[in-house]
Design a binder for this molecule. Sequence first.
Ligand code: DLL
Length: 437
Amino acid sequence: MILTYTDDEIQRLDREALRSLQLLRFKKIITQALKTDFYKKKLGGAGIKNAEDITSIDDIKKIPFTTKEDLRNTYPFGLLASSKSDVVRMHASSGTTGKPTVIYQSQNDLDNWTNLTRRSLIATGCTCDDVFQNMMTYGLFTGGIGLHYGAEKLGMFVIPASSGNTKRQFMLMKDFQTTVVHATPSYMLHLFSEIENMGFSPEDFVLKKAMIGAEPHSEEIRRKIESCFSIDAYNSYGLSEMNGPSVAFECTYKCGMHVWEDAYILEIVDRNSLTPLEDGEQGELVLTNLIRESTPIIRYRTRDLTKVVSGKCECGRTARRIDRIFGRTDDMLIINGVNVFPSQIEEVIMKMPEIGNNYRILVRKKGTLDDLIVEMEVGPDIITDDTRDLYQLKERIKDELKASITINPHVEFHEPGQLPVQQGKAIRVVDERGELK
Ligand code: DLL
Protein backbone atom coordinates (compact mmCIF):
# COMPACT_ATOMS: atom_id res chain seq x y z
CA MET A 1 0.00 0.00 0.00
CA ILE A 2 1.44 3.38 -0.94
CA LEU A 3 0.23 6.31 1.12
CA THR A 4 1.25 9.69 -0.18
CA TYR A 5 -0.12 12.81 1.43
CA THR A 6 0.94 16.41 1.51
CA ASP A 7 2.03 17.67 4.92
CA ASP A 8 -1.19 19.63 5.21
CA GLU A 9 -3.30 16.55 4.45
CA ILE A 10 -1.41 14.46 7.00
CA GLN A 11 -2.32 16.93 9.73
CA ARG A 12 -6.00 16.56 8.91
CA LEU A 13 -6.31 12.80 8.30
CA ASP A 14 -9.24 11.10 9.97
CA ARG A 15 -8.26 8.76 12.80
CA GLU A 16 -8.59 5.62 10.71
CA ALA A 17 -6.34 6.88 7.94
CA LEU A 18 -3.89 8.15 10.53
CA ARG A 19 -3.71 4.73 12.18
CA SER A 20 -3.10 3.08 8.79
CA LEU A 21 -0.23 5.47 8.17
CA GLN A 22 1.11 4.82 11.66
CA LEU A 23 0.95 1.06 11.14
CA LEU A 24 2.88 1.29 7.90
CA ARG A 25 5.57 3.41 9.53
CA PHE A 26 5.62 1.32 12.69
CA LYS A 27 6.40 -1.82 10.69
CA LYS A 28 9.28 -0.03 8.98
CA ILE A 29 10.65 1.04 12.35
CA ILE A 30 10.35 -2.51 13.68
CA THR A 31 12.42 -3.71 10.72
CA GLN A 32 15.04 -1.08 11.51
CA ALA A 33 15.00 -1.82 15.24
CA LEU A 34 15.60 -5.52 14.60
CA LYS A 35 18.96 -4.56 13.12
CA THR A 36 20.20 -3.76 16.64
CA ASP A 37 21.10 -6.46 19.17
CA PHE A 38 19.26 -4.46 21.83
CA TYR A 39 15.88 -4.57 20.07
CA LYS A 40 16.42 -8.05 18.60
CA LYS A 41 16.42 -9.24 22.20
CA LYS A 42 13.62 -6.98 23.44
CA LEU A 43 11.29 -7.58 20.50
CA GLY A 44 12.22 -11.26 20.25
CA GLY A 45 11.22 -11.68 23.89
CA ALA A 46 7.79 -10.27 22.97
CA GLY A 47 7.44 -12.75 20.08
CA ILE A 48 8.27 -10.19 17.37
CA LYS A 49 10.83 -11.62 14.97
CA ASN A 50 10.00 -9.49 11.95
CA ALA A 51 7.65 -6.68 10.90
CA GLU A 52 4.99 -9.13 9.74
CA ASP A 53 4.42 -10.10 13.37
CA ILE A 54 2.83 -6.65 13.78
CA THR A 55 -0.73 -6.53 12.49
CA SER A 56 -2.13 -3.56 14.39
CA ILE A 57 -0.89 -0.51 16.24
CA ASP A 58 -2.25 -2.12 19.42
CA ASP A 59 0.49 -4.75 19.11
CA ILE A 60 2.75 -2.08 20.56
CA LYS A 61 1.39 -2.99 23.99
CA LYS A 62 3.21 -6.34 23.80
CA ILE A 63 6.59 -4.60 23.59
CA PRO A 64 8.49 -3.80 26.80
CA PHE A 65 9.34 -0.14 27.47
CA THR A 66 12.66 1.47 26.63
CA THR A 67 14.23 3.62 29.36
CA LYS A 68 16.96 6.20 29.72
CA GLU A 69 19.07 3.51 31.42
CA ASP A 70 18.73 1.34 28.30
CA LEU A 71 20.06 4.20 26.23
CA ARG A 72 22.94 4.76 28.63
CA ASN A 73 23.77 1.06 28.74
CA THR A 74 23.99 0.88 24.96
CA TYR A 75 26.22 3.99 24.69
CA PRO A 76 27.86 4.83 22.35
CA PHE A 77 26.63 2.84 19.33
CA GLY A 78 24.29 0.12 20.63
CA LEU A 79 21.15 1.71 19.17
CA LEU A 80 22.59 2.61 15.80
CA ALA A 81 20.42 0.81 13.25
CA SER A 82 21.97 2.08 10.06
CA SER A 83 25.53 2.07 8.86
CA LYS A 84 27.71 4.75 10.45
CA SER A 85 28.36 6.22 7.02
CA ASP A 86 24.62 6.99 6.67
CA VAL A 87 24.71 9.14 9.82
CA VAL A 88 25.09 12.85 9.20
CA ARG A 89 24.58 14.16 12.75
CA MET A 90 24.29 13.16 16.38
CA HIS A 91 22.59 14.86 19.31
CA ALA A 92 22.56 14.09 23.02
CA SER A 93 20.47 14.73 26.09
CA SER A 94 21.06 17.94 28.01
CA GLY A 95 21.79 16.24 31.37
CA THR A 96 25.25 17.00 32.68
CA THR A 97 25.89 13.89 34.75
CA GLY A 98 26.52 10.31 33.65
CA LYS A 99 26.68 9.04 30.09
CA PRO A 100 24.64 11.11 27.66
CA THR A 101 21.83 9.50 25.75
CA VAL A 102 22.80 9.79 22.12
CA ILE A 103 20.75 9.71 18.95
CA TYR A 104 21.97 9.54 15.36
CA GLN A 105 20.29 10.96 12.32
CA SER A 106 20.64 10.15 8.63
CA GLN A 107 19.90 12.87 6.09
CA ASN A 108 16.45 11.38 5.68
CA ASP A 109 15.89 11.50 9.47
CA LEU A 110 16.93 15.16 9.55
CA ASP A 111 14.61 15.98 6.65
CA ASN A 112 11.71 14.32 8.50
CA TRP A 113 12.45 16.23 11.70
CA THR A 114 12.85 19.50 9.81
CA ASN A 115 9.46 18.92 8.28
CA LEU A 116 7.95 18.68 11.78
CA THR A 117 9.67 21.80 13.07
CA ARG A 118 8.53 23.75 10.00
CA ARG A 119 5.00 22.41 10.50
CA SER A 120 5.04 23.44 14.16
CA LEU A 121 6.06 26.99 13.36
CA ILE A 122 3.31 27.24 10.76
CA ALA A 123 0.79 25.95 13.34
CA THR A 124 1.58 28.99 15.51
CA GLY A 125 0.98 31.35 12.58
CA CYS A 126 4.62 31.97 11.59
CA THR A 127 5.31 32.79 7.93
CA CYS A 128 8.27 33.46 5.66
CA ASP A 129 7.88 37.17 6.46
CA ASP A 130 8.89 36.63 10.08
CA VAL A 131 12.32 37.35 11.55
CA PHE A 132 13.17 34.43 13.84
CA GLN A 133 15.72 34.93 16.62
CA ASN A 134 16.74 31.60 18.07
CA MET A 135 17.91 32.05 21.66
CA MET A 136 18.20 28.33 22.42
CA THR A 137 21.68 26.85 22.80
CA TYR A 138 23.24 25.46 19.62
CA GLY A 139 25.24 22.26 20.07
CA LEU A 140 24.53 18.74 21.23
CA PHE A 141 21.30 20.12 22.73
CA THR A 142 18.52 19.84 20.18
CA GLY A 143 16.76 23.11 21.03
CA GLY A 144 18.92 25.45 18.94
CA ILE A 145 19.68 23.62 15.75
CA GLY A 146 16.37 21.72 15.72
CA LEU A 147 14.08 24.68 15.24
CA HIS A 148 16.69 26.48 13.16
CA TYR A 149 16.30 24.05 10.27
CA GLY A 150 12.49 24.21 10.35
CA ALA A 151 12.55 28.02 10.39
CA GLU A 152 14.88 28.09 7.39
CA LYS A 153 12.72 25.58 5.54
CA LEU A 154 9.75 27.83 6.14
CA GLY A 155 11.74 30.67 4.67
CA MET A 156 11.95 32.78 7.80
CA PHE A 157 14.80 35.27 8.26
CA VAL A 158 16.79 33.31 10.85
CA ILE A 159 19.11 34.86 13.44
CA PRO A 160 21.05 31.98 15.08
CA ALA A 161 21.81 33.99 18.21
CA SER A 162 22.06 30.97 20.55
CA SER A 163 21.64 31.46 24.30
CA GLY A 164 23.07 34.06 26.68
CA ASN A 165 24.58 37.52 26.08
CA THR A 166 21.37 39.33 26.87
CA LYS A 167 22.57 42.73 25.70
CA ARG A 168 23.44 41.37 22.28
CA GLN A 169 20.05 39.63 22.11
CA PHE A 170 18.37 43.03 22.59
CA MET A 171 20.58 44.67 20.00
CA LEU A 172 19.76 41.99 17.44
CA MET A 173 16.06 42.15 18.29
CA LYS A 174 16.01 45.88 17.78
CA ASP A 175 18.27 46.22 14.73
CA PHE A 176 16.82 43.31 12.78
CA GLN A 177 13.22 43.85 13.91
CA THR A 178 12.77 40.35 15.27
CA THR A 179 9.15 39.20 15.23
CA VAL A 180 9.52 35.66 16.66
CA VAL A 181 11.85 34.39 19.37
CA HIS A 182 12.58 30.89 20.58
CA ALA A 183 13.72 30.62 24.19
CA THR A 184 13.13 28.88 27.48
CA PRO A 185 10.30 30.49 29.48
CA SER A 186 12.75 31.36 32.28
CA TYR A 187 15.00 33.18 29.81
CA MET A 188 12.02 35.13 28.43
CA LEU A 189 11.27 36.42 31.92
CA HIS A 190 14.93 37.21 32.51
CA LEU A 191 15.02 39.13 29.23
CA PHE A 192 12.08 41.22 30.28
CA SER A 193 13.56 42.09 33.64
CA GLU A 194 16.78 43.26 31.94
CA ILE A 195 15.32 45.49 29.19
CA GLU A 196 15.78 48.77 31.00
CA ASN A 197 19.04 47.83 32.76
CA MET A 198 20.53 47.26 29.33
CA GLY A 199 19.45 50.61 27.98
CA PHE A 200 16.48 49.47 25.89
CA SER A 201 12.75 49.98 26.20
CA PRO A 202 9.87 47.68 25.16
CA GLU A 203 9.00 50.14 22.38
CA ASP A 204 12.30 49.31 20.67
CA PHE A 205 10.96 45.92 19.63
CA VAL A 206 8.32 44.63 17.22
CA LEU A 207 8.09 41.16 18.73
CA LYS A 208 4.87 39.22 18.03
CA LYS A 209 5.44 35.67 19.20
CA ALA A 210 7.61 33.49 21.39
CA MET A 211 8.07 29.74 21.10
CA ILE A 212 8.72 28.62 24.67
CA GLY A 213 9.71 25.17 25.79
CA ALA A 214 12.44 22.79 26.98
CA GLU A 215 11.43 23.21 30.63
CA PRO A 216 8.29 22.95 32.72
CA HIS A 217 6.26 26.10 33.16
CA SER A 218 2.78 26.94 34.31
CA GLU A 219 -0.04 28.73 32.52
CA GLU A 220 0.70 31.67 34.85
CA ILE A 221 4.26 31.92 33.50
CA ARG A 222 2.96 31.89 29.94
CA ARG A 223 0.51 34.67 30.74
CA LYS A 224 3.27 36.67 32.38
CA ILE A 225 5.49 36.37 29.31
CA GLU A 226 2.59 37.33 27.05
CA SER A 227 1.66 40.38 29.04
CA CYS A 228 5.26 41.55 29.64
CA PHE A 229 6.02 41.65 25.93
CA SER A 230 2.45 42.01 24.58
CA ILE A 231 2.91 38.90 22.45
CA ASP A 232 1.56 35.38 22.00
CA ALA A 233 3.63 32.60 23.58
CA TYR A 234 3.30 29.00 22.39
CA ASN A 235 4.26 25.93 24.36
CA SER A 236 6.66 23.57 22.61
CA TYR A 237 7.52 20.10 23.91
CA GLY A 238 10.14 17.61 22.89
CA LEU A 239 13.07 15.53 24.04
CA SER A 240 16.32 14.57 22.39
CA GLU A 241 15.48 10.86 22.47
CA MET A 242 12.52 11.62 20.17
CA ASN A 243 14.55 14.11 18.02
CA GLY A 244 14.11 17.24 20.13
CA PRO A 245 11.60 20.10 19.79
CA SER A 246 8.44 19.52 17.72
CA VAL A 247 7.24 16.31 19.25
CA ALA A 248 4.24 18.37 20.38
CA PHE A 249 3.42 22.01 19.73
CA GLU A 250 0.55 24.36 20.41
CA CYS A 251 -1.39 25.84 17.54
CA THR A 252 -2.92 29.31 17.59
CA TYR A 253 -5.80 28.04 19.76
CA LYS A 254 -3.38 27.32 22.65
CA CYS A 255 -5.45 24.51 24.10
CA GLY A 256 -2.93 21.72 24.46
CA MET A 257 0.01 20.67 22.31
CA HIS A 258 -0.64 18.62 19.16
CA VAL A 259 1.53 15.50 19.25
CA TRP A 260 2.47 14.91 15.62
CA GLU A 261 0.99 11.43 15.57
CA ASP A 262 2.08 10.62 12.03
CA ALA A 263 5.62 10.74 13.46
CA TYR A 264 5.11 9.52 17.04
CA ILE A 265 2.93 6.92 18.72
CA LEU A 266 1.53 8.50 21.84
CA GLU A 267 0.62 6.49 24.93
CA ILE A 268 -0.16 7.58 28.48
CA VAL A 269 0.44 4.94 31.14
CA ASP A 270 -0.22 4.78 34.85
CA ARG A 271 2.90 6.08 36.58
CA ASN A 272 3.04 3.12 38.97
CA SER A 273 1.50 0.12 37.24
CA LEU A 274 2.55 1.29 33.74
CA THR A 275 -0.77 0.08 32.33
CA PRO A 276 -2.30 2.15 29.49
CA LEU A 277 -4.69 4.95 30.51
CA GLU A 278 -7.66 6.46 28.69
CA ASP A 279 -7.61 9.91 27.12
CA GLY A 280 -8.10 12.50 29.87
CA GLU A 281 -6.33 10.48 32.58
CA GLN A 282 -3.02 11.80 33.84
CA GLY A 283 0.03 9.57 33.68
CA GLU A 284 3.46 9.12 32.16
CA LEU A 285 3.91 9.93 28.51
CA VAL A 286 5.39 7.07 26.46
CA LEU A 287 6.51 7.76 22.90
CA THR A 288 7.63 5.81 19.87
CA ASN A 289 9.44 7.53 17.03
CA LEU A 290 8.07 6.47 13.64
CA ILE A 291 10.26 8.53 11.36
CA ARG A 292 13.86 7.95 12.37
CA GLU A 293 15.62 5.04 10.75
CA SER A 294 19.09 5.52 12.25
CA THR A 295 18.00 5.37 15.90
CA PRO A 296 14.68 3.59 16.33
CA ILE A 297 13.32 4.02 19.85
CA ILE A 298 10.15 2.17 20.76
CA ARG A 299 7.92 2.84 23.80
CA TYR A 300 10.26 5.31 25.43
CA ARG A 301 9.35 6.23 29.00
CA THR A 302 9.70 10.02 28.98
CA ARG A 303 9.06 10.35 32.76
CA ASP A 304 6.93 13.39 31.87
CA LEU A 305 3.45 13.56 33.38
CA THR A 306 0.56 14.79 31.29
CA LYS A 307 -2.81 13.78 29.88
CA VAL A 308 -4.48 13.74 26.49
CA VAL A 309 -6.80 16.70 26.01
CA SER A 310 -10.13 15.33 24.82
CA GLY A 311 -12.20 16.70 21.98
CA LYS A 312 -11.43 18.21 18.60
CA CYS A 313 -9.23 21.24 18.13
CA GLU A 314 -10.80 24.21 16.39
CA CYS A 315 -7.79 24.41 14.06
CA GLY A 316 -8.92 21.21 12.29
CA ARG A 317 -5.71 19.29 12.95
CA THR A 318 -6.57 15.76 14.00
CA ALA A 319 -3.38 14.95 15.93
CA ARG A 320 -4.35 14.54 19.58
CA ARG A 321 -3.15 17.14 22.06
CA ILE A 322 -1.40 16.75 25.38
CA ASP A 323 -1.77 19.07 28.31
CA ARG A 324 1.21 21.10 29.53
CA ILE A 325 3.69 18.91 31.40
CA PHE A 326 2.59 18.74 35.02
CA GLY A 327 5.92 17.42 36.28
CA ARG A 328 8.24 14.49 35.92
CA THR A 329 7.93 11.21 37.75
CA ASP A 330 11.43 11.95 39.03
CA ASP A 331 10.90 15.58 40.09
CA MET A 332 8.29 14.84 42.70
CA LEU A 333 9.64 15.88 46.10
CA ILE A 334 8.70 13.94 49.17
CA ILE A 335 8.78 16.43 52.04
CA ASN A 336 8.09 14.98 55.46
CA GLY A 337 6.19 12.24 53.69
CA VAL A 338 4.03 14.53 51.56
CA ASN A 339 4.31 14.41 47.76
CA VAL A 340 4.93 17.84 46.28
CA PHE A 341 5.40 18.74 42.63
CA PRO A 342 7.35 21.94 41.91
CA SER A 343 4.61 22.90 39.45
CA GLN A 344 2.12 23.22 42.33
CA ILE A 345 4.36 25.80 43.98
CA GLU A 346 4.96 27.69 40.75
CA GLU A 347 1.26 27.90 40.05
CA VAL A 348 0.58 29.57 43.40
CA ILE A 349 3.38 32.11 43.41
CA MET A 350 3.20 33.13 39.77
CA LYS A 351 -0.46 34.07 40.22
CA MET A 352 0.59 36.80 42.65
CA PRO A 353 1.00 40.14 40.89
CA GLU A 354 3.42 41.30 43.60
CA ILE A 355 5.88 38.50 42.80
CA GLY A 356 8.57 38.95 40.15
CA ASN A 357 10.01 36.63 37.53
CA ASN A 358 12.30 34.22 39.31
CA TYR A 359 11.96 31.73 42.14
CA ARG A 360 13.74 28.74 43.65
CA ILE A 361 12.69 25.85 45.86
CA LEU A 362 15.14 24.67 48.52
CA VAL A 363 14.72 21.53 50.59
CA ARG A 364 16.99 21.01 53.59
CA LYS A 365 17.23 18.81 56.63
CA LYS A 366 16.42 20.52 59.90
CA GLY A 367 17.12 17.98 62.63
CA THR A 368 15.27 14.89 61.53
CA LEU A 369 12.65 16.80 59.56
CA ASP A 370 12.61 18.30 56.10
CA ASP A 371 12.43 22.03 55.67
CA LEU A 372 10.91 23.61 52.56
CA ILE A 373 12.05 27.11 51.65
CA VAL A 374 10.51 28.92 48.72
CA GLU A 375 12.66 31.84 47.60
CA MET A 376 11.16 34.35 45.23
CA GLU A 377 12.02 37.70 43.73
CA VAL A 378 9.44 40.39 44.41
CA GLY A 379 8.39 42.82 41.69
CA PRO A 380 10.11 46.25 41.60
CA ASP A 381 6.99 48.03 42.99
CA ILE A 382 7.05 45.98 46.18
CA ILE A 383 10.41 47.18 47.44
CA THR A 384 9.15 49.23 50.35
CA ASP A 385 10.24 50.33 53.79
CA ASP A 386 6.94 49.27 55.23
CA THR A 387 7.78 45.84 56.63
CA ARG A 388 4.14 45.32 57.61
CA ASP A 389 3.13 45.11 53.92
CA LEU A 390 5.85 42.59 53.20
CA TYR A 391 4.91 40.58 56.28
CA GLN A 392 1.27 40.44 55.19
CA LEU A 393 2.20 39.43 51.66
CA LYS A 394 4.45 36.69 52.98
CA GLU A 395 1.68 35.35 55.22
CA ARG A 396 -0.77 35.35 52.32
CA ILE A 397 1.64 33.39 50.12
CA LYS A 398 2.32 30.92 52.93
CA ASP A 399 -1.40 30.36 53.39
CA GLU A 400 -1.98 29.78 49.69
CA LEU A 401 0.96 27.40 49.47
CA LYS A 402 -0.27 25.50 52.51
CA ALA A 403 -3.70 25.18 50.89
CA SER A 404 -2.13 23.76 47.73
CA ILE A 405 0.65 21.47 49.00
CA THR A 406 -0.63 20.87 52.56
CA ILE A 407 2.70 21.64 54.22
CA ASN A 408 4.02 24.85 55.72
CA PRO A 409 6.88 26.36 53.73
CA HIS A 410 9.24 29.18 54.68
CA VAL A 411 8.90 32.03 52.25
CA GLU A 412 11.87 34.27 51.51
CA PHE A 413 11.76 37.43 49.44
CA HIS A 414 14.63 38.70 47.30
CA GLU A 415 15.07 41.88 45.32
CA PRO A 416 14.70 41.63 41.51
CA GLY A 417 17.77 40.07 39.86
CA GLN A 418 19.09 38.46 43.05
CA LEU A 419 18.32 34.80 42.35
CA PRO A 420 20.58 32.86 39.95
CA VAL A 421 19.65 32.65 36.26
CA GLN A 422 20.80 29.74 34.05
CA GLN A 423 21.77 30.06 30.40
CA GLY A 424 19.92 26.89 29.50
CA LYS A 425 17.15 25.21 31.44
CA ALA A 426 16.19 26.83 34.75
CA ILE A 427 17.18 24.98 37.92
CA ARG A 428 14.15 25.52 40.13
CA VAL A 429 14.76 22.91 42.81
CA VAL A 430 17.79 22.58 45.06
CA ASP A 431 17.44 19.51 47.24
CA GLU A 432 20.16 19.57 49.88
CA ARG A 433 19.05 16.43 51.67
CA GLY A 434 21.58 14.26 49.82
CA GLU A 435 20.63 10.60 49.63
CA LEU A 436 17.32 11.06 51.36
CA LYS A 437 15.40 12.37 48.33
O1 DLL B 1 14.45 20.06 25.90
C1 DLL B 1 14.03 19.56 23.56
C2 DLL B 1 13.37 20.89 23.41
C3 DLL B 1 14.10 21.96 23.01
C4 DLL B 1 12.00 21.02 23.59
C5 DLL B 1 13.49 23.20 22.82
C6 DLL B 1 11.36 22.23 23.40
C7 DLL B 1 12.10 23.32 23.00
P1 DLL B 1 15.97 17.49 26.29
O2 DLL B 1 17.11 18.36 26.62
O3 DLL B 1 16.25 16.08 25.93
O4 DLL B 1 15.19 18.06 25.04
O5 DLL B 1 14.95 17.56 27.50
C8 DLL B 1 13.73 16.91 27.42
O6 DLL B 1 12.71 18.55 28.89
O7 DLL B 1 11.54 15.18 28.86
C9 DLL B 1 10.79 17.39 29.60
O8 DLL B 1 11.03 16.92 30.91
C10 DLL B 1 11.41 18.77 29.44
N1 DLL B 1 10.62 19.60 28.51
C11 DLL B 1 10.83 19.83 27.21
N2 DLL B 1 9.87 20.66 26.72
C12 DLL B 1 9.02 20.93 27.74
C13 DLL B 1 7.82 21.71 27.89
C14 DLL B 1 14.58 19.29 24.96
N3 DLL B 1 7.29 22.42 26.90
C15 DLL B 1 12.92 17.14 28.69
N4 DLL B 1 7.23 21.71 29.10
C16 DLL B 1 11.54 16.56 28.59
C17 DLL B 1 7.74 21.01 30.14
C18 DLL B 1 9.50 20.24 28.87
N5 DLL B 1 8.86 20.28 30.07
